[in-house]
Design a protein around this ligand. Structure first.
Ligand code: PVB
Length: 303
């Protein structure tokens, strides 16, 4: 680790602390992610190695944060794994916040939303092509290069082989706002649709500068969704009543989605509605989303 000059702590992610650092050899800024992987035996657990190789494979795309190298060090006899990534200057959560507050509060430019959505779909399509689900897409996991207008997906895979944690390692409550209804209802076999639901929630949040479904418990999360989109039945979503955590819910009728995102044009609302389909099999794929008319006005040669 002498190769790096540690600068300030960027923050705490779901899986560990992130530091800004300076690569002494190249002068490049990097982000060091210290993983608190439980390592009861010596060496790196095979699950961690598998995750690292997934990251290495996926970070070939410019829409996925690039993993530069992995450093395995011993500190007081304890093995520590540092993942060294390219450094990005902010995340989408802070980026959206910067348009929300104070006298300079203003909508995000529609062309920025469109460009970020296209890059997000491209990154997600890349993951899905390699059969990797992100499963926790949210604005904090999307890093932004403000200068270049680039958005990259971060926090892929690490330590989430089976279930999502309830709390981060610092006991921060993990947000439910982007979670697909099938996950909330206890589906055991879910697919690429879980990420597309999150992408839809992120799309709406960029337009509104406010979360679409800000639930504070799994039940409240579902009720937020049902109040806007209507309570699903076997008609819209075959099999929904057989999911493990299905109950009888209040019967809401679908509201007009356009009213929840008044600043979004008709094509945008159509794309959003396709991302927020209840039946995961009906949800638009990342690849098909990229070909949606909403993106027709985008100069795709820059991507
Ligand atoms: N933040 C890899 N990585 C990063 N992970 C996080 C990064 C970053 N760059 C590469 N960059 C920043 C830099 C400054 C700010 C923010 Cl939010 C992110 C700022 O303060 O405006 N992770 C952070 C969490 C640690 C909070 C964002 O998810 C390690 C992927």
């Amino acid at each position: 680790m002498e190769k790096y000059e540690k600068l300030e702590k960027v923050g705490e992610g779901t899986y560990g602390k992130v530091y800004k650092a300076h690569d002494k050899a190249t002068g490049q800024l990097v982000a060091l992610k210290k993983t608190r992987l439980e390592m009861d035996e010596e060496g790196i657990p095979p699950t961690a190695l598998r995750e690292v190789s997934i990251l290495q494979l996926l970070s070939q795309s410019i829409y996925i944060v690039r993993l530069l190298c992995v450093e395995h060090v011993e500190k007081n006899g304890k093995p520590i794994l540092y993942l060294v990534f390219e450094f990005l200057d902010t995340d989408l959560k802070k980026f959206i916040d910067s348009y929300r507050k104070g006298p300079s509060a203003r909508p995000l430019p529609p062309n920025v939303i469109k460009s970020f959505m296209y890059q997000l779909c491209k990154g997600v399509a890349h993951c899905h092509k390699h059969s990797v689900l992100h499963r926790d897409l949210k604005p904090q996991n999307l890093l932004v290069d403000k200068e270049k207008g680039i958005l990259k997906i971060a926090d892929l895979g690490l330590g989430r082989s089976f279930t999502l944690p309830m709390k981060s390692y610092t006991h921060e409550i993990v947000t439910l706002w982007y979670r697909a209804p099938e996950v909330l209802l206890g589906a055991t076999h879910y697919s690429t649709g879980v990420d597309m639901w999150s992408v839809g929630c992120i799309f709406a949040e960029m337009v509104r500068r406010q979360a679409l479904f800000p639930g504070d418990s799994e039940l409240q999360q579902l009720l937020h969704i049902f109040r806007l989109l209507g309570t699903p039945s076997e008609k819209e979503w075959p099999g929904v009543t057989t999911l493990k955590d299905w109950h009888v819910y209040p019967q809401w009728t679908p509201q007009n989605l356009a009213r929840a995102v008044p600043a979004l044009n008709e094509d945008g609302v159509d794309l959003l509605s396709r991302m927020l389909q209840f039946d995961p099999a009906e949800r638009i794929s990342a690849k098909d989303a990229m070909a949606h008319p909403y993106f027709d006005s985008l100069d795709k040669s820059q991507f």
